[in-house]
Design a protein around this ligand. Structure first.
Ligand code: IMP
Ligand code: MG
Length: 180
């Protein structure tokens, strides 16, 4: 795997520090009576979610959604299909979406519109990585780990063609890996 990596952007330790900060911030911003459902967007947010929930100091429900966007593998098309919906009933609950990367924002735009139609008490978004330069829609993100440049990223749950998810760090993938 190492031969395909261009640069390491964030080490395991830097990620852990950021996750602690995000967990602390989130822990302060809900009221004790709020029922919070953390929703991970599969599969990329899985690793981040696993670490983040252990830095949140109040009890949370956990659920997952899987979505796919049509189009080629390194660009989002904005046409989103739900592959796996929630198991829990979220009516009346505070939803906190956990995402790995926000790129064009189209996936989360669709997801938030969809979830808001389910009579929830509130919705917030937490993403580990944000590529603000690539945004194609209006999207309000409540918690951002790192702002990153417009490069293709892998590691810490994030894949290219289902590979590299188990790298403990976040890295830029060599262009030749996906441009051949
Ligand atoms: P968006 O709809 O363009 O915001 O796409 C967001 C999704 O595309 C993320 O949840 C990732 O799954 C994927 N994605 C965007 N950028 C990257 C990247 O650099 N590496 C791997 N996946 C990415
Ligand atoms: Mg994703």
């Amino acid at each position: 795997m190492l031969k395909d990596i261009d640069t390491v952007l964030y080490t395991k330790e830097e990620i852990a520090q950021k996750v602690r900060e995000l967990g602390a911030k989130i822990s302060q911003e809900y009221k004790p009576e709020d029922e919070v459902v953390v929703i991970g967007v599969l599969k990329g947010a899985n690793v981040f979610l696993g670490d983040l929930i252990r830095e949140i100091s109040f009890p949370v429900y956990i659920d997952f959604m899987a979505v796919s966007s049509y189009g080629n593998s390194t660009e989002s098309s904005g046409v989103v299909r739900i592959l796996k919906d929630l198991d829990l009933d979220i009516e009346g609950k505070h939803v906190l979406i956990i995402e790995d990367i926000v790129d064009t924002g189209l996936t989360l735009k669709y997801l938030t519109e969809n979830l808001k139609s389910r009579k929830i008490a509130g919705l917030k978004i937490c993403t580990l990585l944000d590529k603000p330069k690539r945004r194609k829609c209006d999207l309000n993100i409540d918690y951002i780990g790192f702002e990153i440049p417009d490069e293709f990223i892998v590691g810490y749950g994030i894949d290219y063609a289902e590979k590299y998810r188990n790298l403990p760090y976040i890295a830029i993938l060599k262009k030749e890996v996906y441009q051949s």
